[in-house]
Each structure stands twice: as structure tokens, then as C-alpha cells.
Design a protein around this ligand. Sequence first.
Ligand code: TYD
Ligand code: MG
Length: 456
Amino acid sequence: MKAPKVVYVCQQCGAQQPKWMGKCPDCGEWNSLVEDKSLSSTSGSAVRASAFRIKKPSAIAYEDIESQDDARQPCGIEEFDRVLGGGIVPGSLVLIGGDPGIGKSTLLTQVSDRLTAAYGKVLYVSGEESDRQIKLRGERLGIRPAGLFLLPETSLELIFEEIDRIEPRAIVVDSVQTVFSMKLESAPGSVSQVREVAGQFLMLAKNRGIAVFLIGHVTKEGAIAGPKTLEHIVDTVLYFEGERHHNHRIIRAVKNRFGAANEVGIFEMTSRGLIPVLNPSGLFLNERPLGVSGSVVTACMEGTRPLLVEIQALVTSTKYGTARRMTQGVDQNRVSLLLAMLEKRVGLNIMGEDVFVNVAGGISIDEPAVDLGIVLAIASSFKNRSVDERTAAFGEVGLAGEVRATSQASLRVRETYAMGFRKCIIPQGNLAGLEYDDGLEVVGVKNIADALEAIF
Ligand code: TYD
Ligand code: MG
């Protein structure tokens, strides 16, 4: 008899090696290879090869294929539907990742509740909590879903038996790392298990048109735990973001086969669960200090929606040899670059100062359009002169000190007006074709010197 072949699988990237090594040659992670006997047999790949083939395969004419958009089913939680691109698509596989305790189970309990009304039966599989715990959460949320079935189980085969029996229209798996297939020997949560479980749910979703939501754990670095291939398998990847000390939660679509990626939904965690925030700009501006130097409001785009945030800067003379630069919510390197630009292009003697930049409300922004807001906030703190509280600014800043045009200028400008601002400093290049309301004064600037003049 042939001895079973042993394969070593990297738990970080999923690469397979014929022998153990200290460092994965594929992703460079140390000590991540784990022996895996199950992968050496052909079982997994043979099953996967026939993933969509229940019937004999035959080509279909393009015009005969039913469009999926008619089938899109909004669940009624507006912000959640928005990230999904307008509703839940039957047969889609959605992966939701986020830090522990951020509210993944809470959100999906609320979604399940709404889905039972729209779809019929929904199955909530939990490998982390007992049915009573889930019910307790449901009672806290004040929901009484008729048609929601709870299944505290981690064996994939037993879960599938229950799916056959109950025939739900949507399934929530909380979490994909706790489920394991008895066909594989490796431990739950290992690369091969996660891949197998996700692969099986993919087949289920596609073959029967069931919407499947997989909850995923995240690693210390914030990526979804398990193989990167997991993100390739699923149709949609959502990340749950938020700070422990703030109540708002942001769901971001980083991949979506059925809608725009980078769309966000904003919620507030309350004692009765997650509540959609209908006016997010208001949420991030509501504790803004007025008449204080170093505070500037800027308009950024989150998905297809404009969002006003307050950029705060504090410039103090340095106590140590090297100046400190600390940022929260914006990229530190970007700030260093803007500081060097300020020194060189407008002669602000700032390189020897400690500079701290913060986005109020704990939100992170990685859009170049915040540059102008950052620069003006720093200048305001440095000069110790406050910016008029009804003035907002946005624009990308280049190394020559030029202010460059940004996308969606009209949307941003209109949002500032809607939020009560009366003056908006924007890139000159955005002036042409700009649509805005009469009560707003719009100032187009070419470079930083113009912007500083316009604001002080
Ligand atoms: P949970 O959904 O269990 O997080 P996850 O599944 O992502 O680990 O949410 C846990 C947190 O949410 C917990 O700290 C309590 C809080 N919470 C509320 O503030 N209000 C509520 O109505 C509920 C159900 C939870
Ligand atoms: Mg949970």
C-alpha cells in the first residue's frame, strides 16, 4: 500500500509545499506551514471540478440568460442594501469580516429578521453561540422573526443535512472559521478547511439560488483570516470598520460582483442594535468645536456618497531633537509630504514643529481630496488663527503646491451647502460646469498660497 503523501500548507496564503520549511517561499510568512494529509488525495479538487455541473453542461445563448437584477431583493435595511449594490442577489455568496465584538452577529441577526419577511425561511448557523444566546440577542434587538431557524452546529455535513430538511432561502454562517468538513483531517479554521467550507457553500448558493452570508474572522493586521483565495471565491466582500470607543460602524464593500466596490453603509450601535445613519455628515460634525484654530471641515467621498468630516491639526514646538508627526485617520506619509511642501512652497517654517493630525469621529480617510483640508488645518494651527466655521475646503495638493481637481466636485459642494456651510474652497480646475446652490460662495484656487489667502 502506498503511504499517504503529506503536503504542507501555509496558513497565511494557502500555498502548498512538499516539505516543511521555516518560511513560506510564497508569502514570506515565518512558521506558517502546517502538515495536511487531506490535501494529498484528490477528493477536494475532484468535487470542485464539477462545481456547477449538476446537469450536463450545454452552452446558452446570451440573450436567453435571465437578468439577475430583477431578482435583487432589498432587505429593508437601507444602508446594508446600499453596500450590496441595491439589495441581496439570490445565489450570491457574501463574506463579512471585522474585528471581534464589532457587531457582525448583531447586523446579520437584524438582516435575517428582515429577510424572513421578504424571502421566507432563513437559517442562521452559529458555531460560536448557542441558540439561547442568539435568541437573547434577538430579544434585545426587539425582533420576532417568524421563519428564522437557528442551528448551533459546526459540522459541514450536518449543516447541509439541515439545509436539505429546512430548505431556507437564505443562510447565515457565523463564522466560516468554526465550520469544518469531516472529510478533511485538518483542524477547523485551517486553510484547507476554510477553503473547503467556502467552496461547498458556493456550490450550494449557485446551484439552488440561496443567498449565503459567511461571517469571517480577521487577523491582527485586519485581513480576513484564512486563505486569500477565500476573497476570490465569494461574490462580495464586506468589511466592518469602527472604533471600539465610538458608536458608529462602517460597512465597506471591497469587492462586489453585483454593484460598486467601495460603497459604504454607516450605522450607529445602540442598545437596540445597529441603526442606519441617514445623515452621516451630521454625525461626524456634531461635536465640532467652533472658533478654534486647527479645525477645518472637508468633503470626501465614501462610495457614491459625499461625507463631511472635520480635520484637526495641532502644531506645537518640539521638545526633543526630532520633530514628531502623528496622525490618526489619515496617512502619516502623506502628512509628512504635505508638511515639506508647506515649508518649501509657502515658506511656513514648520519642519521643526511637532505636528499631530486627527480626523474627528475616528473615521479613516484615504482619499487625496482631503489634502487641502489637512494643509489648511495645519496652517491654521501653526498661525493660531481659526477658520470661519461656515467654510469648508477640499482638493488634492501636489508637491509643487498646486491644488488639483478632484472627482465628484458638484456632489461635495452641494453636501457642504446642505450641511449649512456658506463658503467652499475648491480646486480651480473644478469650477467649470460646477453645479451648486445660490447661497454658497465658491472660491476656486490654483495653489496653496491662494487657498491660504482665501481662508484667512
Ligand atoms: P456582536 O454582534 O456579538 O459582535 P461580533 O459578532 O462582530 O463579534 O456585537 C457585540 C457587541 O455589540 C457587544 O459588545 C455588545 C454590542 N451590542 C450593543 O451595543 N447593542 C445591541 O443591541 C447588541 C445586540 C450588541
Ligand atoms: Mg459574533
